[in-house]
Write a protein that binds this ligand. Structure first.
Ligand code: URA
Length: 218
């Protein structure tokens, strides 16, 4: 009998040599940092409570790669967690530290690529390889109803992980599409770059979450 595919890479995952080497450099430079594939952030109520999965791009060097929790330690997390708390999808206070006590409510957060990429840019082969973990991550939640993808790379990798064709489910901010029975919501990534350049405003981001919250209520 085959073992079920594992949703979490090992701490020393060797599958993407460039990312493995990049992390090795940062382990030398900053030994107190997390410096490893960042695991999915789960709610204390467990996998069965998860109705919404949020898929980001990849850990930021001084954010999730330093702290070990997705979107924790960089600007993107301020907007993401603040908005989640406001919509009842997280409780507590976000203080940008993994020990801040923040808890997810009915939601989980993962990344399309689990290791920090140089210059925040994973290459196609790394995105494809890391789907080895995205696929079983999606499958591990028996009551999953919705996925929110942040940015086009996360969107496309999620569509492929769901076994669908990217051409059939194009990325567009603010859309909801049904892919493999899951409601797939899409937003521009909540990065500082996108908010500074006006690509994504706080209102646009909040509006995506309002739609998700309304959808999950029904
Ligand atoms: N931090 C993450 O964990 N993922 C992102 O996509 C951005 C920042």
């Amino acid at each position: 009998m085959n073992a079920a595919p594992c949703p979490e890479p090992s701490r020393d995952c060797p599958l993407c040599p460039r990312l493995h080497d990049f992390i090795a450099v940062w382990r030398e430079r900053e030994p107190s940092w997390f410096n490893a594939p960042v695991p999915t952030f789960l709610p204390p109520e467990g996998e069965a409570s998860v109705k919404l999965l949020i898929v980001g791009l990849a850990p930021g060097l001084r954010g999730a790669n330093r702290t070990g929790r997705p979107f924790t330690g960089d600007y993107a997390g301020d907007l993401l967690y603040g908005t989640m708390i406001a919509h009842g999808l997280a409780r507590g206070e976000f203080k940008a530290r993994p020990d801040d006590g923040l808890e997810l409510v009915g939601a989980a957060i993962t990344n399309a690529v689990r290791c920090v990429p140089p210059e925040n840019k994973p290459v196609g082969a790394e995105i494809a390889t890391c789907r080895t973990f995205l696929r079983p991550t999606i499958a591990r939640f028996p009551n999953l109803r919705a996925i929110l993808t942040l940015g086009s790379i996360a969107h496309q990798s999620t569509v492929r992980a769901l076994g669908e064709r990217v051409a059939a489910f194009p990325f567009r901010h603010g859309t909801r599409q049904i892919a493999s029975g899951i409601a797939l919501f899409s937003s521009y990534h909540c990065s500082r770059y996108n908010t500074n350049t006006g690509v994504l405003t706080e209102e646009m981001f909040v509006s995506v979450f309002s739609e998700i919250a309304a959808f999950l209520k029904n």
